[in-house]
Write a protein that binds this ligand. Structure first.
Ligand code: NAD
Ligand code: MG
Length: 400
């Protein structure tokens, strides 16, 4: 395996921390080159000191000051780069071989796209980039010979179950012999709660995922199942799969991470502990299998695996995501932007949990009424994203 110099964008997040853990297990074949953080600057300083990162990226000059204050005396200081342009520049830095795109939300799109444009090995955790700009992103991967490895556990599972000749790039059509992709979902913390109680759930309840430990935004998305909706859109782009050939299945144990159904009736599944270090190690080691630090899956102790179809009355956000995918790229940008705003407002206790779906639905209707053309460039996507955020925020304020 060629030595990898890794840029971890969003290193202080849940995926970022797991990525550093895996990298630390393989000093002979990989090292951290650059790290980035948005608000947890002191944590970034500790990470940079521990990994001897050559470059760190912070949001602004105030964060730069905080980084300097937190830096251990006597240690050689990494180069400190500042601002969003530094994220895209570092993703494309000639010293970097591999980029882990683990910033949360559409804020991660420009840097993930820059990594693809620079032809890097791109480990994509930031699903919002594909939701907001799937066509553009996959075209960029293809045109610039980037190597795209899905990190989202479901897509990583599907990637592992596809025919061996399916390449780590951007397919132009569904892999031969594949009938459907079966995306599993845990159903989140509210899978069995009485529907009339959902109006009163708190951010902490929504973030208490039964199986996975994750950032707060994706935890709320898992509770509403909008996360699975984003993943349907992500799967559509990653595997060039028509929407009607993607099925969502609730699987409360979160041990089967997803499946590929073949024309001959076979279904291949990938199983493992719900620990993101497995898909991260798969991406870092590809095409080899390397140690991830994840323990064994004790199937006999687990005893059973359950599956059921999702209920749209409980999970309206999942229906909205399917509708957005059918509606086209502008609808997908609006879906993602409205969700980011609504989840943020919910986490700040400005709106209730069940209002998240209503804000998304109303935002989608407003954007559809404007019948905007599908965005084609990064600038178009960002402009539409900003417009949809404005609409969603206005709706949140009028509801609150
Ligand atoms: P997190 O909230 O724990 O971490 C987010 C990271 O992004 C932090 O390092 C933060 O500093 C950075 N960040 C936040 N806003 C930013 C901005 N405006 N500009 C630059 N950097 C910013 O999130 P997470 O759970 O690690 O998720 C990261 C991404 O991976 C998300 O897109 C999520 O959907 C995806 N993902 C996460 C998991 C998981 O298990 N956590 C699983 C699958 C996919
Ligand atoms: Mg996932």
């Amino acid at each position: 395996m060629k030595f990898q110099r890794v840029c971890v964008l969003g290193s202080t997040g849940s995926i970022g921390e797991s990525t550093l853990d895996v990298i630390s297990r393989h000093p002979e074949s990989m090292a951290v080159y650059a790290l980035s953080a948005h608000s947890r600057v002191e944590r970034l300083a500790a990470q940079a000191a521990a990994t001897s990162a050559r470059v760190v990226i912070v949001a602004d000059t105030a964060a730069r000051m905080r980084f300097l204050q937190a830096w251990p005396a006597g240690r050689p200081l990494p180069e400190i780069r500042v601002g969003t342009q530094a994220l895209t520049d570092t993703a494309a830095d000639p010293e970097v071989t591999t980029v882990m795109a683990a910033i949360v939300g559409a804020a991660g799109l420009p840097s993930a796209l820059a990594a693809a444009q620079a032809g890097k090995r791109v480990l994509l955790a930031n699903k919002e980039a594909l939701v907001a700009a799937g066509g553009l992103f996959m075209r960029t991967v293809r045109d610039h010979g980037a190597e795209l490895l899905p990190i989202d556990s479901e897509h990583n599972a599907i990637f592992q179950c596809l025919p061996v000749n399916a390449s780590a790039s951007a397919p132009v059509g569904p892999a031969k012999g594949v009938r459907r992709l079966l995306l599993t979902a845990s159903g989140g913390p509210f899978r069995c709660m009485a529907l009339d109680e959902l109006d009163h759930v708190t951010p902490d309840q929504a973030c208490a995922h039964p199986n996975w430990s994750m950032g707060r935004k994706i935890s709320v998305d898992s509770a509403t199942m909008l996360n699975k909706g984003l993943e349907v859109i992500e799967a559509h782009w990653l595997f060039a799969m028509p929407v009607e050939r993607i099925q969502v299945l609730i699987h409360p144990q979160s041990m089967v991470h997803s499946m590929v159904e073949y024309e001959d009736g076979s279904i291949l599944a990938q199983l493992g502990q719900p620990d993101m270090r497995t898909p991260i190690a798969y991406g870092l080691g590809f095409p080899q299998r390397i140690d991830s630090g994840v323990g064994l899956l004790q199937l006999a102790a687990l005893g059973r695996l359950d599956f059921e179809l999702p209920d749209y009355a409980r999970f309206p956000c999942l229906r909205l995501a399917f509708e957005a995918l059918v509606g086209g790229q502008a609808s997908c940008v609006a879906l993602n932007a409205a969700n980011e705003v609504a989840v943020d407002q919910f986490l700040k206790e400005q709106i209730g949990y069940t209002q998240i779906a209503r804000i998304i639905e109303a935002s989608l209707e407003r954007v559809a009424r404007q019948s905007l053309p599908g965005p084609d460039t990064l600038e178009d996507v960002l402009e539409l994203d900003a417009r949809a955020r404005g609409i969603a925020l206005e709706l949140c304020t009028s509801i609150a």
